[in-house]
Write a protein that binds this ligand. Sequence first.
Ligand SMILES: Nc1ncnc2c1ncn2[C@@H]1O[C@H](COP(=O)(O)OP(=O)(O)O)[C@@H](O)[C@H]1O
Ligand SMILES: [Mg+2]
Length: 361
Amino acid sequence: MSIQTLTTSQFRNLNYANIKFHQKLNFIVGDNGSGKSSLLESIFFLGHGKSFRTSKIENLINAESDKFVVSVKDDQNHQLGIQRDSNGNFDIKINGDSKFRLSDLAKHVAVQVITPETFKLFFGGPKERRRFIDLGLFHVEHQFSDLWRDFRKVLLQRNACLKNKIFGQQFDFWNDSFCQLSEQIAHVRAGYVSALSVELNIWLEILLPELASKIELHYSQGWSNKKDLKQVLAESAERERIYGHSLFGAHKFDVKFNYNKLNIDQILSRGQQKLFLIALTIAQSNLIFKSQNIAPIILIDDIGAELDETSRTALAKAISTITCQLFITAIDQTALEPIIPKSEKYKMFHVEHGVITSEDE
Ligand SMILES: Nc1ncnc2c1ncn2[C@@H]1O[C@H](COP(=O)(O)OP(=O)(O)O)[C@@H](O)[C@H]1O
Ligand SMILES: [Mg+2]
């Protein structure tokens, strides 16, 4: 989908905003503290029911209010809305009907975000990489969300047995389904990751052509791929009993990106890191688009100054090729101009003290 209009009320410093966006390219400029990230955050919130900046949802409610509202109308006239009050109550509306859950919203909107912190998170540990890949799987592989929900339940049961030292028949029961679901999930993930790898290469050729052919993606499924999970778990039974939780399985998967056998975060400059993550995010968006025909939304906060002339030209080329709706913020309009493709229409917004205005209005 693409967002046609966004309405926010009492979301951070955006007291009230009603904005008509461009179906593909939206650029947002404003000083520090004006509300650029808050605007992206409100869009992200609709797709995820959480923020990319804080785990405390209360922080999103304007300091002088007791609730916020974010709603959008998409290009097919669907209305999605979410209200959250300071007591923790959610009210989610789809086309005027209430009583939906956050996960119902996530089915309608695929939102991905890149911020200056994303790279640190992405290469700081497996958590963010897992989150990234599973977001794609959730949208692309229709059986994945059921599989994952079942797996989570079984993982909790298996961990509870290990923690409380319950063994015998009960443990064997959970262990069997744990292994079976892990193998199924690993199989679906491996297929997805290999499709992602092919798509990534296309975008690296545009954005980082000098490195593209040397960057390799490695998927590890969460246990040695030379052995059955059951065998691995049997061999590590002693250790699991000491730790009291599941040490191997589908929850321990990871993806690594290497350049000449080294992790790319040790090789790439900051500007290159940004381009790499943009390539990866566009690649995932394209897979989502191909499988669902829902054009995903990409938010890029603070495109920043670290991109040189060549990188900006490459980015302009990528932007003109993609099929998602893009929102890019910057402090300075001159940083944005080189990345705006010459032949494309777009909208430019200015934010000042939480007030958003469009250049052509
Ligand atoms: N809950 C809130 N209520 C009111 N103002 C807030 C709230 N949370 C953040 N702010 C303020 O909103 C402003 C906009 O922040 P932000 O969106 O991060 O700006 P930018 O990304 O443009 O630098 C900041 O000045 C911040 O102090
Ligand atoms: Mg910001």
